[in-house]
Unconditional design. Structure first.
Length: 183
């Protein structure tokens, strides 16, 4: 039997190349400062994309006040978890109604988190006649959503536009360099 940590050092997997670094560098990075889209890591300011606070509103005084009032009124267990398991509340329905009105749409659907949204939208938008081409290092929600796709799917090496262009020449107007895209 091999010790788990010894095995990790022996394996040539994607994380093995980071095994010489201290735990707080790659596996458990120590971020400092106010929780927000920009934080300090190893004394350097970095973009923090791992939070559900991309716009930096979590520390806004009005948001913090509303959060405190909501916790005082409804407790810390609200919302109740995944709606499919725990059910709707009148607050869910009212918020969806207000969001739809705000964006001037017929209806809105509130999802607990982005992973669920992206994972679900892939299933809703494509069918077995569609082809999905995606970057090998796409977010897990995209990869998991694509895995459920009944049609054809192709992956290309991360940010390798030349590989993408040569293997998928039917795709029009591919950029010469990778661009920031949502998928």
């Amino acid at each position: 039997m091999v010790d788990l940590f010894s095995k990790l050092r022996m394996e040539a997997g994607p994380l093995a190349k980071y095994s010489h670094l201290p735990d707080d560098y790659f596996f458990f990075p120590k971020l400092e400062g106010d929780i927000g889209p920009r934080m300090k890591f190893n004394v350097k300011e970095v973009l923090n994309w791992s939070l559900n606070n991309y716009l930096g509103l979590a520390n806004h005084p009005e948001v913090r006040k509303a959060d405190a009032e909501g916790a005082a009124q409804y407790g810390l267990a609200s919302p109740m978890g995944a709606r499919m398991m725990s059910g709707n509340s009148v607050n869910h329905l009212e918020l969806e109604k207000q969001l739809a009105e705000f964006v001037m749409k017929e209806d809105a659907m509130l999802l607990n988190y982005g992973y669920q949204g992206v994972f679900s939208i892939i299933d809703a938008l494509v069918d077995r006649k569609d082809v999905i081409v995606y970057d090998s290092e796409s977010h897990a929600c995209i990869i998991d959503g694509v895995r459920l796709h009944m049609g054809k799917r192709f992956v290309y090496p991360h940010n390798n536009m030349e590989n993408l262009r040569s293997n998928f020449s039917v795709l029009p107007n591919l950029p010469t360099k990778p661009e920031v895209v949502f998928w």
